[in-house]
Design a binder for this molecule. Structure first.
Ligand code: SF4
Length: 447
């Protein structure tokens, strides 16, 4: 039997598992029962000791590693994480979900890349777990969970804004009555049976509502409930004290997640990643002024477009190709500095596209046209690729001044010592870069 909490750790059954778990000190204890279940997971890769979590805390860290690998690694190996699809570990899995939710809510911003990774991975896990079940069990568990979720009231179409933005489902695909979603077979038949005079209403339910739509809605709703749960934990964090082991997990994740993601980052010199195996860039991220470092981490919906299209695109391109723009009278084009556009393709665009992907929501998910705007700000017209044939159709946009950033994107400007007395992020980058180079030379001469 598959427990509801295996798919929905927020169900009342899931909450009961957490209450019964007791002393959180056990989270770091070696757990023979867990190890046994993992070792007996069908198809689990066992060749590497490091792949096997020994405690619930380990399992939590591995869960985030799975999320990163699944999202970024082109050579992702399911067999290394097969135990996440073993129903036998569902209790440990529920505990893991709840301690991760606490560690993440306490340590990260609700719109952070880390929080998003956790929420998205829950949705993926649900869909993959369902896909591995036999049809009968799968249909039953989906219906049971949807009924369970509906205990709080009907499912309103507005609750599904997130799934519409992914474009996996369109509003046109759904049956809605008085704003409420019709997913239940009996309800569908009750409302629409008379309308199908020439076709079997049961068959029409399978065609028109169908299991795929229900499963996508289910995972979207649980993701949304996970987000609400994190919000609630964050609010409570002001009045309750967090267990030291959860603090420790949060602290570890702060280092672990960026470190693991960077392995797949095109810009930071990793291999693979979302933009393929492009070469590492020569821009120095350690020298980025605070406003640019903030954009690279990802921006939430408010200033997202301007931060990526106007601020980062101009900064990254000039910082890499022509940093002396403000002391020069020359009219310059990108191809004057990068004749075959390889630096633009391999270093500048990957940085901008990664930052766009780090935004909340990821910029191109709902606004793919912004890619064209980025190309246009580099001077290559309104096209989806940089192409020398189109260069000059638009102007290469010059970097924004600190004054403009403070007016239009004030949330990004968090000046530090390197900004003092300067009026442009590009100058600040130049200063920091100079200091880094000088220190490297001094260290070299000491050796
Ligand atoms: S002062 Fe200028 S360079 Fe520094 S963070 Fe603010 S906008 Fe960026």
């Amino acid at each position: 039997m598959v427990e509801l909490s295996y798919i929905n750790p927020l169900s009342s059954e899931g909450k009961k598992i957490v209450q019964e778990y007791g002393d959180l000190d056990k989270l770091i204890h070696e757990n023979d029962e867990l190890v046994g279940k993992i070792m007996h997971t069908h198809n689990q890769k066992m060749s590497n000791e490091k792949l096997i979590p020994k405690s619930i805390k380990d399992l939590a860290i591995k869960r985030m590693l799975w999320a990163i690998e699944k999202k970024h690694n082109k050579n992702y190996t399911q067999r290394e994480f097969q135990y996440f699809f073993n129903t036998e570990i569902h209790k440990e899995d529920v505990i893991t979900f709840h301690i991760l939710a606490q560690a993440i809510a306490f340590n990260f911003n609700l719109t952070s890349r880390e929080t998003r990774l956790f929420i998205e991975s829950q949705g993926i896990l649900i869909q993959e777990r369902l896909a591995k079940m036999s049809l009968g069990i799968r249909e039953k568990i989906v219906d049971d969970i949807l009924t369970d979720i509906r205990v709080d009231g009907a499912i309103h179409w507005k609750d599904l804004k997130d799934i519409f933005s992914t474009k996996k489902i369109s509003l046109r695909d759904l049956y809605i009555s008085n704003g409420e979603l019709i997913l239940d077979r009996d309800e569908f038949l009750y409302l629409y049976e008379d309308e199908f005079t020439t076709r079997d209403p049961e068959t029409m339910y399978d065609i028109l509502v169908g299991e795929t739509v229900k499963e996508q809605i289910l995972s979207s709703l649980i993701m949304q409930k996970t987000e609400e749960y994190l919000k609630k934990i964050k609010e409570m964090s002001r009045i309750i004290e967090i267990h030291p082991i959860i603090t420790q997990i949060g602290e570890e994740l702060k280092e672990f997640i960026p470190q693991e993601i960077s392995k797949y980052s095109a810009f930071y010199g990793g291999s693979g990643g979302i933009y393929g195996s492009v070469k590492g860039g020569k821009l120095i991220p350690e020298a980025f002024p605070p406003c640019i470092a903030n954009v690279v981490q990802g921006v939430s919906s408010g200033g997202r477009n301007d931060a990526i299209v106007l601020l980062l695109t101009s900064f990254a391109s000039y910082a890499r190709l022509y940093p002396r723009i403000f002391s020069s009278e020359e009219q310059i084009k990108v191809s004057d500095m990068d004749p075959d556009l390889t630096i633009t393709q391999n270093e500048i665009l990957p940085l901008i596209f990664e930052a766009a992907d780090n935004c909340t929501p990821p910029l191109f998910n709902d606004q793919p046209q912004e890619k064209i705007n980025i190309i246009s700000k580099l001077g290559f017209g309104m096209h989806s690729e940089v192409d020398i044939e189109h260069e000059g159709e638009t102007k290469w946009y010059t970097p924004m001044s600190c004054e403009k950033i403070k007016i239009h994107l004030p949330q990004l400007c968090k000046p530090d010592g390197s900004c003092k007395g300067l009026n442009n992020p590009l100058s600040c980058y130049g200063r920091k870069k100079f200091q880094i180079d000088r220190k490297a030379k001094q260290d070299e001469s000491k050796e």
